[in-house]
Ligand binder design. Sequence first.
Ligand SMILES: [Zn+2]
Length: 265
Amino acid sequence: MPWSLPHRRGNAAADVATSTALGENCLLTALRADDLARLQPNLARVSLRQGEVIHRAGEPIEQVYFLVSGMVSIVAIMRTGEAIETAIIGREGVVGGAVGSNGARSAGQAVVQIAGAGWRIQSAKFSELYRASDPFRTLVNNFQGVVLLQAQQSAACHALHSVEARLCRWLLQSQDITASDIIPLTQEFLSHMLGVRRTSVSLSAHALQKAGLIRYSRGEIKIVNRAGLMETACECYEVVREYIDQAVPPLRRRTKAESSPDDAV
Ligand SMILES: [Zn+2]
């Protein structure tokens, strides 16, 4: 796979739990052994279907999710029903982590955009450890910073950057999260997430395909030239990537053998 992520520094190697039973969620695998032992009995493995809404805006967060594959979007929904994506979360973070610090209600709607799997925990149990463990609280807070940064960057990106550059950014972020060159999403879906007309997405996708950066077919986009996408993407991709690299434990690159099949529940 033609990509690499910068190595992140860390001095907590001795504390890193190496259990692979929890899959590849970066926060779970970075937990101290005692925190992991406390959390693990409360974690339930779940599969996540595309389109599944796991948190609704304004409603209580009953459960928190640690993804090991797939991708969840946090979207802001207008009264007209229109929605726009403000952040995406995958195996490098936690969905609903805000419940630890601010109680209970979801600020946005969390919807599964790419099917996958993860670990689910009741909010009360999550909050117990959040209050009790400084390292766990720090991990979660750092990731909540990532969600906030994404929302902030998305606001500027939407106002200032071209659809083509934003599409490149989105594809790169999705590739990082899923560790796959194939993004199983339609252009119609992308138009909703990017907040633009479908024809704008079609024109941009066509230009990117013509330039040899992607190939698209019904229901999926294949990334064939990551370096080219990085050149075309707006600066927001690198801003968010660098922030994530500083804030959360490193993503481990998957081998082909580890992809997909192990994610089945
Ligand atoms: Zn941008």
